[in-house]
Ligand binder design. Structure first.
Ligand SMILES: Cc1ncc(COP(=O)(O)O)c(C=O)c1O
Length: 409
C-alpha cells in the first residue's frame, strides 16, 4: 500500500502538481496593531518563518482582522462559549445565527437565508436537496469544485456547458426533457474573476422553466452599490428587495454566497424563496448531520455586515487598487496575460505549471507572496498567479508587487 501511494505521489511531484502547505500567521497579531499600523493589517504575514506581503488571501475587504469583528467574536465567546455543541437542527442554532440569517436575507434582498458552516458544505448539501435522479443539471465548465461535487452527489444528469456560452446553454435546455432543470453557475468565477451574466441566465431559465443557482462566493461583499453582491451589481435585487423589473420573478433563483472571503470570517448561506430555503434546511445532509458553526463565528459575521455598510470606502479603495494594478501591468509590458476582471481576483496567466511555480518563487525571493494556481483547479496550460487584492492593501504595496513582477520576468 505504501509503495502505491509513494509511486502516485512521485508522479504528482514530477508533474509539478503536488501542493505544499505553509505555516502562515499575521506579522503582527491584530490585537497589537495601532490604528497607524493599518498598512500591516491583513496583508503582511509570516509565511514559513519569512515575512511576506501577501496577495494570496480572499480577505477582499480586509475584515479578517477588523477590530469590530474581533470584539464581536470575544463578546460571543463570553456569552456562548466556543462550541455550538450540536447540529443546528438539534440545539446548535443560537440567537446570533438566527439574527445573522435575517440580516443576510435583508442584505441580498431575498426573503429568507440559511447559514451553513462552510461554502463547500452549502453547495454539496443544497444541490442534492434540490435535484435528484431523473432531473438535469446544466453546469458552467468553470464552476467551482464544490458545485461539481454537489451535482455528482445529487445523481441528476449532468450537462457541462462551455464557459459563459448562453447559446450552448439554451440548446441544452431546449433539448432536455428532464422533470426538473437546474442551471448552476459561479456568479464570479473563482480563478478568472469574471462576472456571470445573471440577468440573461435568469431570462433563459424563465423561458425554459428551469431553476438558477448562483454561487456568489467572490461577489458578495465586493460587488453592488452596498456590497450586496452580484445580484445588486446587475440591478436584480439588493437592500430593499428585488428591483421593480425583477419583482415577482425571482422564485426560480437559488442564491448562495460564502462568508469566509469578503466577510472575513467563515461559513456561507443559501437564500431565496422561503419554501425553497425551508426545503434545503429539511433536506441538506451537510446541514442536518454536521455540528453548527459556533456563535463566535456568527457574531463577527453580523459585525462584518455592519462594517460593509458603514465603511463603503473599503470597496472604493479596492476598486482604486484594481485600477492601479491593471494600469501598472499594462505599462510594464509583462510577458504574461492579465485576464479581464472587474473584481478583486486578478489572474495573471503564465502557462505551464513549471513556469508558474518559477515566477511565484521569484516573487517570493523579493518578499511578495502570490499563489500559483495549477490544474485541476484551472485548465491545463493556463497555470496562473492568482493575484487577489484586498482593501487592506495600500497603493504603495501594489507598486511593490508591480516592481517584483517586472524583476521576475
Ligand atoms: C466559488 C466558490 N464556492 C464555494 C467555495 C467554498 O467555500 P468555503 O471555503 O466557505 O467552503 C469556494 C472557495 O472556497 C469558492 O471559490
Amino acid at each position: 500500500m505504501t509503495g502505491l501511494f509513494d509511486r502516485e505521489l512521485g508522479q504528482l511531484h514530477a508533474a509539478h502538481l503536488a501542493r505544499h502547505r505553509r505555516q502562515v500567521q499575521p506579522a503582527v497579531p491584530p490585537a497589537d496593531l495601532a490604528p497607524h499600523d493599518e498598512a500591516l493589517r491583513a496583508n503582511t504575514y509570516v509565511i514559513d518563518g519569512q515575512t511576506r506581503l501577501s496577495f494570496g488571501s480572499n480577505d477582499y475587504l480586509g475584515l479578517s482582522q477588523h477590530p469590530a469583528l474581533l470584539s464581536a467574536a470575544h463578546e460571543a465567546i463570553n456569552r456562548y462559549g466556543v462550541g455550538a455543541t450540536a447540529s443546528p437542527l438539534v440545539c446548535g442554532h443560537s440567537p446570533e445565527h438566527d439574527a445573522l440569517e435575517r440580516e443576510l436575507a435583508e442584505r441580498v434582498g431575498l426573503p429568507r437565508a440559511l447559514y451553513f458552516y462552510a461554502g463547500y458544505a452549502a453547495n454539496v448539501g443544497a444541490v442534492p436537496a434540490l435535484v435528484g435522479r431523473g432531473d438535469a443539471v446544466f453546469s458552467d465548465a468553470l464552476n467551482h469544485a464544490c458545485l461539481i461535487d454537489g451535482i455528482r452527489l445529487s445523481r441528476a444528469d449532468l450537462h457541462v456547458v462551455p464557459h459563459a456560452d448562453l447559446r450552448a446553454l439554451e440548446q441544452a435546455l431546449q433539448a432536455s426533457t428532464a422533470r426538473r432543470k437546474l442551471v448552476v453557475t459561479d456568479a464570479v468565477f473563482s480563478m478568472d474573476g469574471n462576472v456571470a451574466d445573471v440577468p440573461a441566465l435568469l431570462e433563459l431559465c424563465e423561458r425554459h422553466d428551469a431553476w438558477l443557482m448562483i454561487d456568489d462566493a467572490h461577489g458578495f461583499g465586493v460587488l453592488g452599490p452596498h456590497a450586496e453582491g452580484t445580484l445588486a451589481h446587475h440591478g436584480i435585487a439588493g437592500i430593499g428587495g428585488p428591483s421593480p423589473a425583477w419583482r415577482g420573478r425571482l422564485d426560480r433563483l437559488i442564491y448562495m454566497a460564502t462568508l469566509g472571503k469578503a466577510a472575513g470570517v467563515a461559513g456561507a448561506f443559501v437564500a431565496g424563496e422561503p419554501s425553497m430555503v425551508e426545503w434545503v434546511m429539511q433536506k441538506a445532509r451537510t446541514y442536518m448531520f454536521a455540528t453548527a458553526a459556533p456563535a463566535m463565528v456568527a457574531a463577527p459575521l453580523r459585525a462584518a455586515l455592519r462594517v460593509m455598510a458603514d465603511e463603503p470606502q473599503r470597496r472604493l479603495h479596492l476598486q482604486a487598487l484594481r485600477q492601479r494594478l491593471r494600469e501598472g501591468v499594462q505599462s510594464a509590458r509583462l510577458p504574461w496575460t492579465l485576464m479581464p476582471s472587474e473584481t478583486a481576483i486578478q489572474p495573471l496567466v503564465i502557462g505551464s505549471n513549471e513556469d508558474a511555480l518559477a515566477v511565484m518563487a521569484r516573487l517570493d525571493e523579493q518578499g511578495v507572496w502570490v499563489p500559483a494556481i495549477r490544474p485541476p483547479t484551472v485548465p491545463e496550460g493556463t497555470a496562473r498567479l492568482r493575484i487577489s487584492l484586498s482593501a487592506a492593501h495600500t497603493g504603495e504595496q501594489i507598486d511593490r508587487l508591480l516592481q517584483a513582477l517586472a524583476r521576475a520576468t
